[in-house]
Design a protein around this ligand. Structure first.
Ligand SMILES: *Cc1c(COP(=O)(O)O)cnc(C)c1O
Length: 460
């Protein structure tokens, strides 16, 4: 088969049988999926032989880059020992023990226990059950409400999708579940009005105080937030936001949950986003970068304060998954964490490739189409606007220009993702300086192409 025949064949069979996540299958099938056949380092290769820089590290997860043989070897070694056993029957296994111990060492000091799951969504469903079980055990069964934020992403199961503040998710399947309350997000570029970022950060945090006043502390079990919102569009909160949240929660009987599914394991230039922003959480969902996506695994880190109740007075926690602490996934995660430590990848994001890319990325803010270019660690966004420098103008038909830009980027050889009319970026930590230069040059070409198209369409 020629390459183009091969691609056409994959596309036809994919269209015939495969329902993709978060996709309009009718239009996707008409267009045809891009078939990714190989990955190496920062690059992916499609079935037509195109080489594309993976600016999203898969889906925020392939932090050590594609194709690391050490992980394949670790997986193979564990497969040969024992490929599956459960952790329900008063049983454990060496990879579960070693991974739990390693996580207790690497996470902030208050975390010394982990509950294993297979994804970020499962981690957040576990959080809901844990928070409610915790308060019920303490004789406060009315503390069932969890406060979350609009435009947050916490997964797409019934629980995760409910905690998230994405209206398109809520609009299907009867979400949110009861007792989830959403407040404003700290999105200064989009919602800050005439306030300075610092003023807006305080105001956005005070939405939590208002919610507590309205709902009552006796009803609220937890507040959950991503240190930086990822899927919502890489929303980096103003510097005042997290300190104000800490002030509001001080001396309150409300658990703080930091969803570190994206920000964990180095993405923000520290091991955890909680360290970057000074967050002291009681529970910490993790997934994605835990295994760099090589195999599915996640967890909920449990602080000593919560563990004291769950382990002991809490009795049996009627919750778990067949694949909780899957030995092969745990082995992949352990090897991934070894690579991050031995190759000093967190330090690399903080001191080397992070600052190098940030400087060049922020320079894209000069482009006539860009209203703001922001990046923390290796998480960035470009806000596309019709009337630079105004933050307050927006393109008609939100999302159209973002999608145009995203498609140009792919064609130009760089994966960026569109959120509304912004482009977002989350490359592997192993990105070289040369690859960063390519990335920024390709992003610039993408902006030029998009600007020309926007003009052609009369949108600017
Ligand atoms: C991706 C993500 C999730 C959901 O993880 P899945 O593994 O896709 O279920 C939860 N929280 C955050 C912050 C995420 O980015």
């Amino acid at each position: 088969m020629t390459l183009s025949n091969l691609t056409a064949d994959y596309r036809a069979r994919d269209a015939a049988h495969h329902i993709h996540p978060f996709s309009d299958m009718k239009s996707l099938n008409a267009e045809g999926s891009r078939v990714i056949v190989r990955g190496e380092g920062s690059w992916i290769y499609d079935s037509d032989g195109n080489r594309i820089l993976d600016g999203m590290a898969g889906l925020w997860c392939v932090n050590i880059g594609h194709g690391r043989k050490e992980i394949a070897d670790a997986i193979q070694r564990q497969m040969a020992e024992i490929s599956y056993y459960n952790t329900f029957f008063k049983t454990t296994h060496p990879p579960a023990v070693a991974l739990a111990e390693t996580l207790a060492r690497l996470t902030p000091t208050q975390f010394n226990h982990v509950f294993f799951v297979n994804s970020g969504s499962e981690a957040n469903d576990t959080v809901i059950r844990m928070v409610r079980h915790y308060w019920a055990t303490l004789g406060k069964p009315r503390k069932t409400v969890i406060v979350a934020r609009w435009n947050a992403y916490h997964g797409s199961t019934m629980g995760g999708g409910s905690l998230g503040g994405m209206k398109p998710i809520h609009s299907q399947g009867g979400l949110p579940i009861p007792d989830i309350h959403h407040i404003a997000q700290p999105y200064w570029f989009g919602e800050g009005g005439d306030m300075t970022p610092d003023e807006f950060g305080v105001a956005a945090a005070r939405a939590l105080e208002t919610a507590i006043d309205e709902i009552g502390e006796d009803r609220i079990g937890a507040f959950i937030a991503e240190p930086i919102q990822g899927a919502g569009g890489v929303i980096i909160p103003p510097a005042t936001y997290w300190p104000e949240i800490a002030r509001i929660l001080k001396d309150r009987e409300i658990l703080l949950v930091a969803d570190e599914v994206i920000t964990g394991f180095g993405r923000t230039g520290n091991w955890f986003g909680s360290e970057t922003f000074g967050i002291e959480a009681d529970l910490m969902p993790i997934a994605k970068g835990l295994s760099s996506g090589y195999l599915p695994i996640g967890g909920v880190m449990v602080s000593d304060k919560v563990a004291e109740v769950l382990i002991g007075p809490g009795g049996e926690f009627n919750h778990g998954f067949t694949y909780s602490a899957h030995p092969v996934a745990a082995a992949a995660a352990l090897e991934n964490l070894r690579i991050i430590e031995d190759d000093r990848l967190v330090e690399r994001v903080r001191d080397d490739i992070g600052p190098y890319l940030q400087e060049r990325w922020r320079a894209l803010g000069e482009h006539p189409l860009v209203g703001e270019a922001r990046m923390t660690g290796l998480m960035g966004a470009l806000e596309l606007v019709p009337d630079k420098p105004s933050r307050k103008s927006a393109f008609p038909d939100t999302g159209k220009v973002g999608t145009i830009a995203r498609d140009f980027s792919f064609r130009n050889g760089l994966v960026m993702r569109a959120v509304r009319d912004s482009l977002i970026l989350s490359p592997p930590f192993t990105l070289s300086h040369e690859e960063a230069d390519y990335l920024v040059a390709t992003a610039r070409k993408t902006l030029d192409d998009t600007l020309a198209e926007v003009k052609r369409l009369g949108l600017k």
